[in-house]
Design a protein around this ligand. Structure first.
Ligand code: GDP
Length: 220
């Protein structure tokens, strides 16, 4: 249940960093009918609001404000696409878990996420972000179960690892790893600690992204 090994992960940290630094905003979709063409390869990032998703995307791409944070509950929820090159994209899925939004909005969010995860051919894997202090909330479990259902690989980022003492963070890591092992016996779910503030875990996430987007089998 560790970060998967891959033939692609031999490139240096600098090479990976350069590839993700190239990310540029491409387009936003307000609904599934507005998604860019379903071709090439993409990796999506999902997480409850405030999980640290924007900070993680900005850290991974070495950009200060590629992914923007919005503190407005219930604002129009957009799916944002960031282009790495002609064939590869990172996708910022709408945050979820605002207590204040209506049942209608929640239901719409659920339907959108499920449809996207189930039908998107170019989607190679989901990065699921959870605050290390509050892992595996109900909505996280919901996303995990859709991924499990359709065989979508998942990599969990336990974010803000700097907020806990090392031992506490390790305990959470082991606990979440055990839960994933039970739900994904074939091992297509992995987990790591991450801190956008300190840069902890950056190489590990690069390896996962490299495997999903740049492994030899996926070139061209
Ligand atoms: P999003 O809503 O999931 O996009 O979350 P943001 O990236 O906007 O982060 C939510 C809050 O957590 C902000 O106040 C961030 O500064 C803070 N945050 C994000 N990542 C980290 C981290 O690695 N360490 C610490 N200490 N705070 C973080």
């Amino acid at each position: 249940m560790n970060t998967p090994n891959s033939s692609s992960s031999h490139r240096s940290r600098e090479a990976s960093q350069a590839a993700y630094r190239a990310a540029q905003f491409e387009t936003s979709a307000a609904s599934l009918t507005q998604l860019p063409l379903d071709e090439g390869l993409e990796v999506a990032f999902a997480g409850r609001s405030n999980a640290g998703k924007s900070s993680a995307i900005n850290k991974i791409t070495s950009q200060k404000s590629l992914a923007r944070t919005s503190k407005t509950p219930g604002r129009t929820q957009l799916i944002n696409f960031f282009r790495l090159d002609d064939q590869r994209r990172l996708v910022d899925l709408p945050g979820y878990g605002y207590a204040k939004v209506s049942e209608d909005i929640k239901l719409r969010w659920q339907q959108t996420m499920e449809q996207y995860l189930v039908n998107r051919q170019s989607l190679q894997g989901l990065i699921l972000l959870m605050d290390v202090r509050h892992p595996l909330k109900e909505v996280d479990q919901q996303l995990l179960s859709w991924c499990q259902h359709v065989g979508m690989p998942v990599h969990v980022l336990l974010t803000k690892a700097d907020k806990l003492k090392r031992g506490q963070a390790q305990n959470t890591l082991l606990k979440v790893r055990q839960v994933l092992k039970e739900s994904f016996p074939a091992g297509q779910a992995t987990v790591q600690l991450f801190s956008a503030l300190k840069g902890t875990g950056l190489e590990e996430i690069f390896r996962v992204l490299d495997q999903w987007l740049y492994s030899e089998a996926k070139q061209g």
